[in-house]
Design a protein around this ligand. Structure first.
Ligand code: ADP
Length: 293
C-alpha cells in the first residue's frame, strides 16, 4: 500500500486493532498535502484552481484545485470541520454572506470567473442552486414554494406557464404524486423527506445548471434518504451535482467522483469506485476504513 516516507506509515490490518476513537490522526507535511489523483475532468462545468478560504485569520481551505464535471455527481467527504461545506459554499458565493470570510483563487463556471467584477450573485445562485442540510421551505403553500423563484426571475410569461414550471419541477423532484392534491397546503406541513424534495423542486424551478447539496439527507429517515439518492442519479442527466456528505456509503452510492478533504487540504480525488476500493493516500485509507471520523 501507499506510504509517504517520513510521514505516515500504516499497515493494512491495523484497522482491526485500533478503535476509531483512539486513532491518532497523523500530522502530515506540506508535501503530502499535495492532492493525490487527477483533479481535472475532460468536460468540466466548474473549474476551481488554488482556492483558499479564510475566516478572519483562520484558514479553512488551502490551495484546493478541483473540477466538477458535466452530468456528474461529485462527492466531497472528510471528517467534520475539514472544510467541505466551506468549499461547497464558494461555488455559488454563499460565503459572501459571512462577513469575515475571504475567498481567493480562480473559480469558473463554464469558463467564466464567478468572482469577477459585475457578476450578479442572485443570477449566479440561480445557475448554481443549493439544497441545505435542514429542509427550509418558505412558510407558503407547496405551489408557492416552487413558483416563487420563477416569478422572481421572470421565467414564466403567464399563469399557465408558471403552473407548468411548478408541475415539471415537482415531477423532476419525484414529489408530484405525493403533493398534487395538496398544492395549496403549507410546504412546512410536509414530512421531512417531502420538504427536502420540495426544496430540490424549488432549486430546479429556476433552471439551474449546477445543484449543490450540503448533507441533504442527514436530517432524513432511511426511506426518504433512498428517494433523494435515487433522485440524484436522475438529476445528474441534466445537472452537475456537488454533494457534501459525512456518509461514505452515500458518497459511494451516489457519486461518480469523490474528493477527500482533511483539515482544509484536498488530499485525494478520483473515481469513486477507485477511492473506496484502492485509495492512494494513507489518510484517505485511514478515513474510509473508519480509523477516524
Ligand atoms: P465541514 O463542512 O467539513 O464540517 P466546515 O467547512 O463547516 O467543515 O468548517 C471548516 C472550518 O472552518 C472549521 O474549522 C470551522 O470551524 C470553520 N468555520 C466554518 N464556518 C465558519 C464561520 N462562519 N466562521 C468562522 N469559522 C468557520
Amino acid at each position: 500500500m501507499n506510504t509517504i516516507p517520513g510521514d505516515i506509515e500504516m499497515r493494512a490490518g491495523e484497522a482491526d486493532v485500533i478503535p476509531a476513537d483512539e486513532f491518532e490522526v497523523p500530522e502530515i507535511s506540506q508535501d503530502s498535502r499535495e492532492t493525490v489523483g487527477d483533479y481535472t475532468v475532460p468536460d468540466p462545468k466548474m473549474v476551481m484552481r488554488r482556492v483558499n478560504v479564510y475566516y478572519g485569520e483562520k484558514q479553512a481551505i488551502r490551495e484546493v484545485s478541483l473540477d466538477m464535471g458535466t452530468n456528474e455527481v461529485l462527492a466531497m467527504i472528510g471528517p467534520s470541520g475539514c472544510g467541505k461545506s466551506t468549499f461547497l459554499r464558494c461555488l455559488n458565493r454563499m460565503n459572501d454572506t459571512i462577513p469575515a470570510c475571504r475567498v481567493t483563487g480562480e473559480l469558473l463556471l463554464d469558463g467564466e470567473n464567478i468572482y469577477g467584477k459585475g457578476v450578479d450573485e442572485v443570477l449566479l445562485r440561480a445557475r448554481v442552486g443549493m439544497v441545505f442540510q435542514k429542509p427550509n421551505p418558505f412558510p407558503k403553500s407547496v405551489f408557492e414554494n416552487v413558483a416563487y423563484g420563477p416569478r422572481l426571475h421572470g421565467l414564466a410569461k403567464d399563469a399557465t406557464e408558471l403552473e407548468e414550471i411548478v408541475v415539471t419541477s415537482l415531477k423532476k423532484a419525484a414529489l408530484w404524486n405525493e403533493v398534487k392534491d395538496i398544492l395549496e397546503q403549507p410546504g412546512t406541513g410536509l414530512s421531512g423527506g417531502q420538504q427536502q424534495r420540495l426544496c430540490i423542486a424549488r432549486a430546479i424551478s429556476i433552471n439551474p445548471e449546477v445543484i449543490l447539496m450540503d448533507e441533504p439527507c442527514s436530517a432524513l429517515d432511511p426511506i426518504s434518504t433512498a428517494k433523494i439518492e435515487e433522485l440524484m442519479d436522475e438529476l445528474r442527466e441534466q445537472y452537475s451535482i456537488g454533494i457534501v456528505t459525512h456518509s461514505m456509503q452515500q458518497a459511494a452510492r451516489v457519486s461518480q467522483r469523490t474528493a477527500y478533504f482533511h483539515l482544509g487540504d484536498l488530499i485525494e480525488v478520483g473515481e469513486t469506485d477507485q477511492m473506496f476500493t484502492a485509495p492512494r493516500h494513507p489518510l484517505t485509507e485511514a478515513y474510509i476504513t473508519g480509523r477516524f471520523g
